[in-house]
Design a protein around this ligand. Structure first.
Ligand code: BGC
Length: 368
């Protein structure tokens, strides 16, 4: 439960913390949250809305096509929309409102900003639609029905452990000097990834085995707005100038592949050796980089699986059945604990890449 609160409050301001006493003492958790969500089913050819964020990483690009085709194959009508790159929040709010107006029976949302959708989610609920948060939790709303994602806290733990393993392989004895990066502050996942990683790294930092060279350990200092590569690159440029004139950098915690490659570009641009850099998403360019011995690790969160499981949820709802849930304690969104379906993420390094991507026709050839 404690971990659930940590995960759930990720993107919520201090004021929202006041509500947690109630959430905390609510032992019924998932059962109360489930009420009404399964409804009575709906027509097989109903409209299903999918509102995705801007295409900040490959997983979102893949998800759009998979939803369009998968929902059609399952017999539904699909309305799949992406938020634009610069007006993301307003775009997504308008797209969800339009899906509600068009009578969508289920609305699947990959939130651009976790805390800015409560009005739209309430309107969806009011209109009788079921709302599923996809990959990113939506916070501060009692109207969210389900959450489906890879276990994000576990992603962070795997990243933290990979950073340690990679540094130990290069230099068996510490202390190791590192820098920390985290994702966009408006994405609820960013703090969950960071907390998971710090859960593994903090004990070594406390012992002095790991030193954060710049001293920047607070998530406010490590955050990369908009998950943008250029923001990560310029933060790394700054850190190299301020801290790494003569000091050696052993490792960088990067929350995803896009930022990992930007960090590596910065380090190489400064003529320094590439440290151990973590990642996430199994993006093509990062898998190539891992195989070439540059980026150290990534995470395999197979988008095909996540979309397929989401469509299974939609199909259950269509039939009037309860969707499959495997977690009723971890994700408190500030209003309630959201019944969740969590998939296991897999850490990938050069060592296990061939095995990890064996069933992925796009990535498997890169590991040969
Ligand atoms: C997703 C990551 C992705 C990031 C940036 C997160 O919410 O979980 O897979 O790298 O957004 O798009």
């Amino acid at each position: 439960m404690r971990r659930g609160i940590i995960r759930g409050i990720a993107a919520i301001g201090a004021v929202a913390l006041l509500g947690l006493g109630t959430a905390c003492s609510n032992e019924r958790e998932g059962s109360s949250s489930d009420k009404g969500a399964a409804a009575k089913g709906f027509a097989k050819d109903s409209l299903i809305g999918v509102a995705l964020p801007a295409k900040t990483s490959e997983n979102w690009v893949l998800a759009g096509d998979l939803f369009t085709n998968g929902l059609k194959d399952a017999g539904f009508k699909a309305d799949v929309q992406y938020a634009g790159a610069s007006t993301t929040v307003a775009d997504q709010q308008a797209q969800i409102s339009s899906m509600v107006t068009k009578g969508a029976k289920v609305i699947v949302i990959g939130a651009t900003d976790a805390s800015q959708l409560s009005t739209q989610v309430a309107a969806a609920k009011q209109a009788g639609a079921t709302v599923i948060a996809y990959d990113r939790l939506i916070t501060n709303t009692p109207d969210l029905d389900y959450y489906i994602a890879f276990d994000n806290y576990k992603v962070g733990q795997l990243q933290g452990q990979a950073l340690i393993d990679g540094m130990k392989a290069k230099k068996p004895k510490g202390p190791w000097t590192i820098e920390l990066f985290s994702g966009s502050p408006d994405d609820n996942n960013s703090k969950v990834f960071f907390d998971g990683a710090m859960n593994v790294l903090q004990p070594l930092i406390d012992k002095g085995d790991i030193v954060v060279g710049s001293g920047q350990k607070d998530i406010k200092q490590t955050a990369i707005q908009g998950w943008k590569a250029e923001n990560a690159q310029s933060r790394m440029d700054g850190l190299l100038t301020s801290t790494y004139g003569s000091k050696k950098l052993d490792g960088v915690l990067s929350p995803n592949d896009t930022l990992a490659r930007a960090i590596i570009t910065s380090v190489k641009g400064a003529g320094k050796p590439v440290p151990v850099v973590t990642g996430q998403d199994s993006e093509v360019e990062s898998v190539k980089s891992i195989m070439a011995g540059e980026q150290y690790s990534t995470i395999n969160k197979d988008t095909r699986k996540l979309v397929a499981e989401t469509i299974n949820m939609v199909t259950s709802l269509q039939k009037g059945d309860k969707p499959q849930i495997n977690d009723t304690k971890s994700y408190n969104n500030g209003s309630k604990v959201i019944p969740s379906y969590l998939l296991p993420p897999v850490i990938v390094t050069k060592e296990n890449a061939a095995e990890a991507y064996a069933n992925d026709p796009k990535l498997s050839p890169l590991t040969k």
